[in-house]
Design a protein around this ligand. Structure first.
Ligand code: GAP
Length: 450
């Protein structure tokens, strides 16, 4: 994880928030490569969930919601972690994450000092809206995006003529006052979720739950994730959230071990029933195709962390390998050396193609700039003319750029360029007029080789 954190900072994927002030715990900033990666992961999920499903539509609800929402959802009452503090070293722990013997003996696992009693700590960030800081002005930063969907489900049925079963997808920020934030961007206080809520008739919920488990697993497969680094974990009775009848996590083998990446939950009719109760509004679905039968739908939820997916994709892509230095038309090469390479799927890579003139002189730079200008319309591009070509390839490998186009003297003569593949480091010659089509085909047919 240290190597990934350091690469992420060095190459502008992720920076510590407010670093010049010593950093802000639980918050991170996404740099130029990081925001591109995050946007592409979000776009892949959005395409999968909306474009490829006729029965799912999108939504972007506000982060600030009426405070009654969180009473109805059960978060005010139940969204708590058990907390203990060490009176000596002042370290704060989640009581469920340290050995039971330490809790029983009230002994700090770090320094042996005395622990406080366990108390419940609500994870929601509370603030005030308007100038008065009293109980009437309390408002919360949403701890999940899901509730914005539930409170809009009737609006969406009416405006978009949706019929059950159907889904609503949303990507957005969520906030939790996490007691323990470590492992880089894995668990943070400010993060993003990609959630889809699928509304079904009670009685069909188990079938749909299994179907969504199948679809979400297939999604990661399609994304090219190492499938032996993924597994299912079913929540036991003690783990189930207050709203869930059944829940499975997709876990990923991060450098610190197996951890949750995404949850698939059967939330039953809990949420819509509670919103009916707390808002006084009828949340029943009226089935026009079945004698206007009325019922409160069940909800199958797929809930993935976007920022956690960024970490997963970084970990999954990270590789180091010993390679022979690449020589190019007499450019200097040295002994065997190591390269760090991010083997992103080309559709997720922050830069898809880098254009590199072999030399700055003799019109090669101008020709390379022209090629880049043409590719720009369709691809995320980079241009680099500084340093030896081998070193430039390494820089692109480290940023995860799947394709490099090198412009050399032959390019001036016959209009061909070198297309270099990140994973295999293979180089082929391609007429520059065919470059865009070739890249599109390579992206579509990409198979990870390592
Ligand atoms: N709406 C259901 C829900 O929020 P969750 O299991 O609490 O369920 C879903 O969260 C996903 O959100 C997790 O699988 C994880 O990927 C992400 N997530 C949750 N808390 C997070 C945090 N503090 N930092 C980063 N990601 C988080």
């Amino acid at each position: 994880m240290e190597k990934i954190t350091s690469l992420a900072k060095r190459r502008g994927f992720v920076f510590q928030s407010s670093e010049i002030y010593g950093g802000q715990n639980g918050a991170w900033d996404y740099g130029p490569l990081g925001i591109e990666l995050k946007n592409r992961i979000a776009a892949a999920w959005w395409k999968e969930m909306t474009q490829l499903h006729d029965d799912i539509v999108g939504l972007d609800a506000a982060i600030l919601m009426h405070p009654r929402t969180w009473e109805a959802s059960g978060h005010v009452e139940n969204f708590t972690d058990p907390l203990v503090d060490c009176k000596k070293c002042k370290t704060r722990f989640r009581a469920d994450q340290i050995p039971e013997e330490n809790i029983a003996a009230k002994k700090c696992p770090e320094c042996g000092g005395e622990l406080t009693d366990t108390r419940k700590f609500n994870l929601m960030f509370k603030t005030h809206i308007g100038p008065a800081e009293d109980t009437a002005s309390v408002i919360y930063l949403r701890p999940e995006t899901a509730q914005g969907i539930y409170v809009n489900y009737k609006n969406i049925i009416q405006s978009n003529r949706m019929k059950i079963p159907f889904g609503i997808a949303q990507i957005g920020k969520a906030f939790r006052n996490e007691i323990v934030t470590k492992n880089f961007i894995f668990r943070t206080c400010e993060f993003e979720q990609m959630e889809m809520q699928y509304f079904v008739k009670g009685g069909t919920d188990e079938e749909w739950f299994n179907e969504w488990r199948r679809r979400r697993w297939a999604y990661y497969e399609k994304l090219g994730v190492k499938m032996d680094h993924l597994r299912w974990h079913q929540h036991g009775p003690g783990e189930l959230a207050h709203y869930a009848k059944d829940a499975y996590d997709i876990e990923y083998l991060f450098p610190m071990g197996w951890r949750e990446l995404e949850g698939v939950h059967n939330r039953t009719d809990y949420d819509l029933r509670r919103h009916t109760e707390y808002s006084g509004k009828d949340m029943q679905y009226i089935d026009q195709d079945n004698n206007s039968e009325r019922y409160i739908p069940y909800i199958i939820e797929t809930s993935a962390g976007l920022t956690r997916n960024v970490l997963m994709v970084l970990c999954d892509a990270y590789d180091e390998e010993l390679v022979a230095s690449e020589k190019k038309d007499g450019a200097e090469g040295s002994a065997d050396d190591w390269r760090t390479v991010l083997r992103f799927h080309p559709s997720l890579a922050p830069v898809t193609v880098a254009v590199l003139p072999l030399m700055k002189k003799d019109g090669l730079a101008e020709l390379a700039q022209d090629i880049r200008r043409e590719l720009k319309e369709d691809f995320a591009t980079d241009y680099d003319q500084a340093g030896a070509i081998g070193r430039r390839y390494r820089r692109q490998d480290e940023a995860g750029t799947p394709f490099c186009v090198t412009v050399d003297y032959q390019s001036k003569e016959d209009g061909t360029v070198t297309l270099r593949f990140r994973d295999s480091m293979e180089q082929i010659r391609v007429p520059k007029a065919e470059l865009a089509a070739r890249l599109r085909q390579e992206i579509k047919t990409y198979k990870r080789i390592k």
